[in-house]
Design a protein around this ligand. Structure first.
Ligand SMILES: Nc1ncnc2c1ncn2[C@@H]1O[C@H](COP(=O)(O)OP(=O)(O)OP(=O)(O)O)[C@@H](O)[C@H]1O
Length: 555
């Protein structure tokens, strides 16, 4: 039986913090770095080469901290963080703190203070919330075995898995393994619940839907009786109209805030109203930290951003093909790109189409119409890929860390400017460079002028005039795409754009005409059939141009 781990020294940070006076709230500046290595594997183990590459990236990625001074090495926190956490960070190649990590670890009155933290995409917020929470667990009153000490809630399944892997890497050197469990939809409820109930889930990373479902059981609620920290990652998204009801229900099932658990809210975008909604998680008097100047562009400084406007939706496919070919010709080495579409079925169509139109590229698809196993497999494959094109919906629009993505393309209107920022944040991560291009058709072009804070410029090369030569490739590729896939994309196009009629300056008749143009662009000889009940649900009953009926192999 190994001797019990030596009693851990109380952290020096309870006294004067060695760095507190050196860091203030001026915006960070970061420099581009060499390619980021493959991420540490699940247990945090990395080969020496990978570790050195990450360390090199760390040295250069955050060569200036949030206040323009030299970034602090983690080795300087030997009196702040547990030595086993520091050892794991060293193995992961986290040699210097990122600006947000430095702020959180050196500016909070204590590591158990409630905080609202804003930092640009790809700058290490995950470790910035895991480290204080884990330090408190290791050096505070540890919850009894089997009880949850840290609860992290995030918007998507893939992000929950990613945060759990980072937690496993950071705790990999602890003398006693710290279990980090996940709870999200699409996975077998019974088996993951059984593991959770019989295991020692010191950390749980969950999406709201599944967590809310599980908390309906008394035996699950009992596991949270000694909760120490609750983190909302992508906090503005977690507290928006979509997720807030589930978050409030979850909080009702947890011990009351008066029990003293720490709340932490993190995001790259924090709209002004966020201060009203974080009250459900943060104590009054919580500390706000930001590595961004209020007037700074919300996207990562180094990312040149462009927009291409095509006359109508029928030129979108050819314009996208021209753009990918042009961007690849400018930087053919390790060409790794993400193309965001607006709906799952629209993304599925893009994947089917460009697999044919771009046979020399490895293409991937990720969206909510796929089963979880396929989503997980594709996520891991694209994380490890050195090149390829991922066609994705917003299921990976926030938080997801795909190393070395050099280009993000967005087709169609993002749901909001903040979503645009998060999508762009899938490139230029960890200090690396990146580029971002939007392809909009004329009705959507208002987005650029409506968001002057976004540094979006016209794309420097005229691709629209080249579209006809690419249209031939698209037309040929479309002959290999199933009619049902086109019909689903057509229906999704109607449903998505119906919510933006006012912004698109369209009436329902104009919307159907636009959708029918899109159908022609997909090579449909006539608009696909759409069921009467679907037309009714969309509020398009009686609008001319629709073909009402049941498709032979439709849903
Ligand atoms: N101190 C560090 N040294 C080296 N690499 C780091 C450091 N901190 C984070 N990284 C790496 O930087 C990348 C981005 O980290 P992370 O995903 O936590 O960013 P984020 O700020 O949460 O991004 P987003 O806003 O998109 O959620 C990851 O690959 C992570 O491993």
């Amino acid at each position: 039986m190994a001797p019990p781990p030596a009693k851990r020294k109380a952290p020096a940070w309870k006294g004067q913090h060695p760095h507190r006076n050196k860091v203030n709230a001026t915006p960070s500046s970061t420099v581009s770095v060499a390619a980021m290595p493959r991420r540490p594997s699940l247990d945090g183990s990395t080969t020496n080469k990978e570790r050195e590459m990450q360390a090199e990236a760390s040295r250069r990625m955050f060569s200036t901290s949030a206040d323009g001074q030299q970034a602090m090495p983690y080795s300087s926190l030997d009196k702040v963080l547990d030595p086993d956490l520091l050892r794991a960070l060293d193995k992961m190649g986290f040699e210097n703190m990122s600006p947000v990590q430095q702020k959180v670890l050196s500016e909070l009155p204590s590591l158990s203070t409630d905080c609202l933290v804003q930092a640009k995409t790809g700058t290490g917020k995950t470790a910035a919330f895991l480290l204080p929470a884990l330090q408190n667990l290791l050096h505070g009153k540890r919850p009894p075995k089997g009880k949850v000490g840290i609860l992290v809630i995030c918007p998507t399944r893939e992000l929950a898995s990613q945060i759990a892997k980072e937690c496993d890497a950071i705790t990999a050197c602890l003398p006693k393994k710290m279990e980090c469990h996940t709870a999200f939809g699409g996975t077998a409820r019974a088996s993951s619940l059984n593991k959770f109930l019989t295991g020692d889930p010191t950390v749980l990373v969950a999406t709201p839907g599944r967590l809310d479902d599980l908390l309906g059981e008394e035996r699950v609620r009992d596991k949270f009786s000694h909760l120490k920290t609750v983190v909302l990652d992508e906090a503005d998204r977690m507290l928006d109209a979509g997720f807030a009801p589930a978050i409030l229900k979850i909080l009702k099932h947890l011990p009351p805030k008066s029990d003293g658990w720490q709340g932490m809210c993190f995001s790259a975008t924090l709209p002004s109203g966020v201060h009203d909604v974080v009250k459900c998680v943060l104590f009054p008097g919580y500390v706000s930290l930001s590595t961004m100047d209020p007037n700074e562009t919300p996207t990562v400084d180094r990312v040149p951003q462009f927009a291409i406007t095509v006359p109508s939706s029928s030129q979108t496919f050819a314009a996208l093909l021209a753009l990918i070919r042009h961007e690849h010709s400018q930087d053919p080495t390790d060409f790794k790109a993400i193309v965001f579409g607006t709906t799952a079925n629209g993304v599925g169509l893009l994947y089917d189409l460009y697999r044919q139109a771009l046979p020399e590229f490895k293409v991937f698809e990720l969206h909510s119409r796929m089963n979880q196993n396929s989503r997980t497999r594709t996520t891991n494959e694209f994380k490890d890929a050195t090149s390829g094109i991922l066609f994705a919906s917003d299921v990976v629009g926030r938080g997801m860390d795909f190393p070395n993505v050099g280009l993000v393309i967005q087709l169609g209107l993002p749901s909001a400017a903040d979503q645009y920022v998060h999508r762009v944040g899938r490139t230029a991560r960890a200090g690396k460079d990146g580029r971002a291009v939007m392809i909009l058709f004329s009705n959507e072009a208002f987005f650029v002028n409506a968001n002057p804070a976004l540094p979006i410029k016209p794309y420097p090369t005229d691709l629209v005039s080249k579209a006809p030569e690419y249209q031939r490739v698209i037309d040929s590729a479309l002959t290999h795409v199933e009619e049902e896939a086109k019909a689903k994309a057509y229906q999704a196009f109607l449903g998505y754009n119906k919510t933006y009629l006012k912004k698109l300056r369209l009436d329902t008749k104009g919307l159907v005409q636009l959708a029918n143009e899109y159908a022609r662009a997909m090579g449909c000889p006539e608009p696909p059939l759409i069921e009467k009940r679907v037309v009714g649900k969309m509020g398009l009953k009686g609008v001319p141009g629709l073909r009402i009926g049941t498709r032979s192999n439709g849903d």
